[in-house]
Ligand binder design. Structure first.
Ligand code: HEM
Length: 242
């Protein structure tokens, strides 16, 4: 069982690396690089931070409990790693949003006019609520075993919904950016499939493949972390299952 898991996990890690590499290369090579100064280059942080945070780091945090070598660790350690990675993912997403809102403000572009921005903002709001609920429900000491076991299926379901929303936001954002920028270039519009478009379309495929690899890992029941013993409490943080 473990070799097949690690095959999937390696695929997931390699796709993670490729997605980050592709989104950084796109913005460095074709879009002029990065700046945090309200210029056109300010926007370029948006796709990089959203793909790295809300999809890649989020997806990797979602499968942390499935890695067999972590099963020897106390569940509290895994919970802290999961929550910590999710916190960094949320932080990157909020920074990514602030980049695009600052950019829109600087260029007097209206806010929240597209379907991409509506789905995107809903994703980040859902993610923030899920993180706070996860902290209160699973890590703080006053949460009871009943609260934890009732919250767990909802947490897992919402977690998958956020990943789907994150993937939809990225694909719609990429499509919108290519249409907005390449169609502004009369010589080589999007429909003539210039090299940038091929490269970025491929990035879209890599992002979808990454999402599928995460869902593949989450789908297999026998790759779930075996349940620990009965509920136990820790001085500050409650460590019991789930
Ligand atoms: C999970 C990932 C993403 C989320 C949550 C997200 C969210 C948002 C939000 C809320 C806005 C509106 C900002 C405003 O109205 O001032 C926006 C704008 C934009 N985003 Fe994203 N985004 C994501 C990924 C991407 C990616 C990967 C790209 C690719 C370049 C992208 C391209 C754009 C573009 C071109 C705009 C400006 C046009 C518009 O407002 O729709 N986004 N995004």
């Amino acid at each position: 069982m473990a070799p097949v898991f690690y095959l999937f996990y390696m695929l997931c890690l390699n796709l993670s690396l490729l997605c980050v590499l592709f989104v950084v290369t796109w913005n460095l090579y074709w879009r002029g690089g990065f700046a945090w100064d309200g210029s056109l280059l300010h926007f370029n942080w948006h796709p990089v931070l959203m793909v790295s945070g809300l999809v890649i780091l989020y997806g990797n945090a979602a499968v942390v409990y499935r890695i067999p070598f972590t099963w020897k660790q106390r569940k509290l350690v895994c919970k802290l790693v999961h929550a910590g990675m999710m916190f960094v993912a949320l932080l990157l997403s909020v920074l990514g949003l602030s980049a695009v809102f600052d950019f829109h403000r600087g260029f007097n572009i209206p806010h929240l006019y597209s379907v991409h921005s509506w789905v995107g903002l809903s994703t980040v709001l859902l993610f923030s609520s899920q993180w706070i609920l996860g902290l209160v429900g699973f890590l703080l000491p006053y949460s009871t075993p009943w609260i934890r076991s009732s919250l767990k299926p909802v947490h897992i379901w919402i977690g998958k919904v956020i990943l789907v929303f994150g993937l939809v936001s990225c694909i719609s954002g990429i499509n919108e950016k290519l249409l907005l920028t390449l169609n502004g270039m009369i010589a080589v519009p999007y429909s003539t499939l210039p090299v940038e478009a091929v490269f970025v379309n491929f990035l879209g495929i890599l992002i979808v493949a990454f999402g599928m690899s995460v869902f593949g890992i989450l789908f297999v029941k026998k790759w779930q972390r075996p349940e620990d013993g009965p509920e136990s409490t820790h001085l500050l943080l409650s460590e019991g299952t789930p």
